[in-house]
Design a protein. Structure first.
Length: 93
């Protein structure tokens, strides 16, 4: 993990997993995917709000939460690995 990524994650993780998962997973990733689905649907269909739209919202929001959880754990793993590496480098210096 590069210094810039390390510092960014260090600041994000302080705010907590729940906030990260909701903001970056459900809202940003899930919301973006849902918006793309809506845009593609608007091109091909005159109906805007249907059962498929509601189910799409639920699916993409849930997928976003899953994405956020997985991403949280991956970033935590990389952060801790980088932290250990930095500690050993400091000891050997």
């Amino acid at each position: 993990m590069k210094d810039k990524e390390y510092e960014r994650w260090k600041n994000l993780r302080v705010k907590g997993a729940g906030r990260y998962i909701i903001l970056y997973g459900a809202l940003l990733w899930g919301g973006a995917m849902f918006a793309l689905m809506i845009l593609s649907k608007m091109k091909s269909s005159a109906e805007f709000f249907t059962y498929q739209t509601l189910s799409g919202f639920l699916v993409w929001t849930s997928a976003g939460v899953l994405f956020g959880v997985i991403n949280w754990f991956v970033m935590e793993f990389l952060y801790k690995k980088s932290q250990r590496r930095r500690m050993t480098e400091n000891r050997s210096s």
